[in-house]
Write a protein that binds this ligand. Sequence first.
Ligand code: AMO
Length: 423
Amino acid sequence: MLENEEVIEGWVTNAKVVGRIAFLEVMDDLLLKPVTVVVKKDEVEDEVWRAATSIKLGSAVRVEGVKPERVVSRKGREFHARALQVLAEPVDLLPIDPTGKTPASPEAYINYRYLALRLPRYRAIFLARSTLMSLTREYFHSKGFLEVNTPKIVGAGAEGGATLFVVEYFERKAYLSQSPQLYKQMLMCGVPRVFEITPYFRAERFSTVRHLNESWGLDVEIGFVDGLEDVLGVLDDYIRYVTRRVNEELGSILREQGFNLLPPIKKIPRYTYHEVIEILKGLGFNVRVGDDLDTQAEKVLGDYLEKQGVYAYFITDYPWEAKPFYIMKSEGGLSKSFDLDIRGIEVASGGQREHRYVELLSNMREKGLNLEDFAFYLEAFKYGMPPHGGFGLGLDRLLMTLLGLHNIREAVLFPRDRFRLVP
Ligand code: AMO
């Protein structure tokens, strides 16, 4: 290589020849714009010119050359080639147009995710995902939380038997973890604050735009809480932090790619479950106290609040009956629970936990659980378990609502749903 020469490596996404100059667009970095490689017939060996003018779109290339002092290309990045090496060329027709001009089916963008990742729109989604993950870690580390990793092959589930995936575990039956719920609570008997970024495995049989059978969650548990407020405060602050930082770091490029980016959230209003029922009734929606807030109800409420500039909101005080055994009861059949909805989609749920051994046993009996299955969990409540609370937040759903995506599958590289196990 000559002095002041550089190398770029990437995939050719577009190519054209104008007279004695060839222009190759190469996606060479995690940036959303290709670099325009300029090959001039009069300045390169014949072999290089031949390679440049016969190149197949989609080829992986290595180019040696220099960055010009003045960039003419409208795309903003330019590179003048001296040498060009084709490292690999497609041996079949590309299932996704590398120029991005002809759209493919939604399935093609999943089946050929690696090719989709050469296109700015899909690359932007996963850049945002990567940023969201690192901001999340950064946030909880900076607040003094211990990052933990709990088992994903488990002997008992906390979120209902119907959605457990069974695994053969030698001579016993085991399950894939639906949630770190039991473990993060047990940890509260030894450390004050934990968080985990983890997959959730749930054998939900339906196929919707907001459910996956393998999804990623952020689990947080906080000890020594005085009440639900301490938990809501952490989630509130985290959401304000990530929405602000994603907007600062990626706002302009995401908007340029056409995403309906969630603005920085400044305030998260709170509604009780009963208030939500009243709002929904007022909107002509047919619900009664005691009813679950289904997808349709969530959407109607989300649309109504979004019109008033409210994108994110807490719904608190659900009837205990509708909540899991570990949630603490409160007066009047209610519970110390909450959901966080963003743009009409449930993104997180949590609450204060029942930390008192006797009351916990009674809650579990009331929910019809087999206490023996949970013996290892119950042990932890005998040795000084402090009052605690936390939440589980769907990171795929958070990304979906951040970018305004209509299908959760777009937010995940290789989604697992009712009908999809490959790639
Ligand atoms: P929950 O079951 O509400 O609560 O799950 C927490 C959050 O995880 C996301 N989520 C999903 N995302 C995509 N596909 C799925 N199938 C799926 N299931 C859940 C949602 C949801 O709000 N242990 C409690 C949390 C806690 O109390 O700490 C739990 O798992 O965004």
